[in-house]
Design a protein around this ligand. Structure first.
Ligand code: GLN
Length: 495
């Protein structure tokens, strides 16, 4: 029999329903596995008592004959979702030890579907980053090569799933933070259409971009989780869409015959590493084998998405982060003079460098005299980028290309070069700015045996189609089933 941690969410849920294993046994297994793989740095908070209490409650629901889809399945949450039972830090010293009086809607919805919380996962501070190196707590390591970054900002989520410390995790994607770490760690992750999942209780970074989504090993598992996560939440999130919950598993097996797959010319330029390109090309050929038709398309403003995003996201961040003033919650400096001095010292001590950098950029582009030149201009180009996609979707049903220009880089390699990090976001930012759904599915391995993800972008509300394409790819490939060698060779695991 395969070990519990090798099972997918779908397989685990079936075993739990059949009472082949109890939720408590499953929870204990994953807690032990998390503890023996601490050096990967996936978790920021665990609490065995809380997890086991939730597992016992799930067992009681199973015994009572309930049939919620995720009953007893353990899930871990990116530490950007607030939770009552675990501290919520957003990877920042500013919120060290912070306890929320409520659970984020996404957390609540997954709990309603029966999920058991394993703990809170490492991430870049306030979700700002592409490598998880901006976490104020500790590094997270890529299970395929612990000397490399797992990607970010949902790095802990990708590590936990890839190393089988959790069957699935939540992440958030503002400019690529679900797709990019999923790609770098060889797992599947989907960011739904902006507005599909409630942002209530998601610690805000850039509100017009932030979206929650699931990360798991398979597209099928992502579909199961996403179905539970998405629902209107109009009273608590004003940008939540009034769209009825959907069963995203319904069309997983649909044929790809006649599907028009748009391949954006701009995603295959000189910046794309040859190893990544080879894996993407192979995936595109596989889609063609299955009856899809490849159509060359153009997303002419792809390059502009970097300056546009790095104006809009910091602008919104500077406004969102003004709430951390040391008064109601969060870090407060021990020693200060007057009120202004208290604000200044608390913020200087509580925020890390990247967060400060973005607050400064954001404040600058919103300031009188620069607003028109930067912020307003960026908003106009954002609209044009969204229009480019609508133009493209006249010629194709989904868009396919790389998630990132390279495989995961070495820890420290770009740590002192923020712009190098920003440039690596080039293929995920356009879809984010347009608010489109996007997915990363494992499609091969590149340099040094590191995973490569294929990015699929759909038109608004096209999640089911993306999951269908990814699932069809996973039916004939085994990239998502391979186990990172380093994981069980880690020193503590051998002990
Ligand atoms: N890497 C991008 C940034 O640093 C995206 C982060 C995200 O999606 N949360 O802002």
């Amino acid at each position: 029999m395969s070990q519990l941690h090798d099972l997918t969410v779908a397989e685990l849920a079936a075993k739990l329903r059949a009472k082949d294993v109890s939720a408590v046994e499953v929870a204990r297994h994953f807690l032990a596995r998390g503890a023996s793989h601490r050096s990967l740095g996936a978790y920021l908070a665990v609490d065995e008592q809380v997890t086991l209490a939730q597992a016992r409650a799930a067992d009681a629901r199973i015994a009572a004959g309930e049939s919620a889809p995720l009953l007893g399945v353990p899930v871990a949450h990116k530490d950007i979702f607030v939770t009552r039972d675990f501290a919520s830090t957003a990877g920042s010293k500013m919120l060290e030890g912070y306890r929320s009086p409520f659970d984020a809607t996404v957390v609540q919805r997954l709990a309603g579907a029966g999920a058991v919380t394993l703990g809170k996962l490492n991430c870049d501070e306030f979700a700002m980053g592409s490598s998880n190196e901006n976490s104020a707590y500790h590094v997270a390591r890529n299970p395929w090569d612990p000397a490399r970054i797992p990607g970010g900002s949902s790095g802990g989520s990708a590590v936990a799933v890839a190393a089988r410390l959790a069957p699935a995790a939540t992440g958030t994607d503002t400019g690529g933070s679900i797709r990019q770490p999923a790609s770098f760690c060889g797992i599947t992750g989907i960011k739904p259409t902006y507005g599909r999942a409630s942002r209530y209780g998601m610690i805000a970074f850039a509100s017009s971009l932030d979206q929650a989504g699931p990360m798991a090993r398979t597209a099928e598992d992502c579909a199961l989780l996403l179905s539970a996560m998405c629902a209107p939440d109009p009273d608590r999130d004003s940008t939540s869409l009034e769209i009825a919950p959907e069963d995203f598993t319904r069309s997983l097996n649909d044929s790809l015959e006649g599907l028009r797959v748009g391949v954006p010319r701009e995603f295959f330029g000189a910046g794309l590493a040859a190893d990544v390109r080879a894996a993407i090309d192979a995936a595109l050929q596989e889609l063609r084998q299955q009856g899809a038709q490849l159509v060359e398309i153009s997303l002419p403003r792809t390059e502009l998405s970097i300056p546009v995003y790095y104006i809009i996201a910091p602008a919104e961040a500077s406004s969102n982060l003004s709430r951390y003033d040391g008064v109601k919650f969060g870090h407060r400096a021990r020693q200060y003079g007057d009120l202004i001095d208290m604000y200044q010292k608390s913020r200087a001590e509580g925020f890390g460098d990247e967060v400060k950098r973005r607050i400064m950029v954001g404040t600058y582009v919103l300031s009188h005299g620069y607003y028109d030149a930067y912020y307003l201009q960026a908003q106009k180009i954002r609209r044009m980028i969204a229009d480019d996609f609508q133009q493209a979707f006249r010629q194709c049903d989904v868009i396919a290309g790389p998630v990132a220009p390279t495989v995961a880089w070495k820890l420290g390699e770009k740590a002192d070069d923020p712009v190098a990090n920003y440039l690596a976001d080039i293929f995920t930012l356009p879809g984010s700015l347009a608010g489109l759904p996007g997915l990363s599915v494992p499609c091969g391995f590149g340099e040094a045996g590191m995973p490569v993800g294929l990015q699929l972008l759909g038109n608004y509300f096209g999640e089911a189609k993306l999951l269908n394409v990814a699932h069809r790819l996973q039916r004939v490939t085994d990239f998502h089933q391979r186990i990172p060698v380093a994981v069980d060779a880690a020193p503590e695991a051998r002990a």
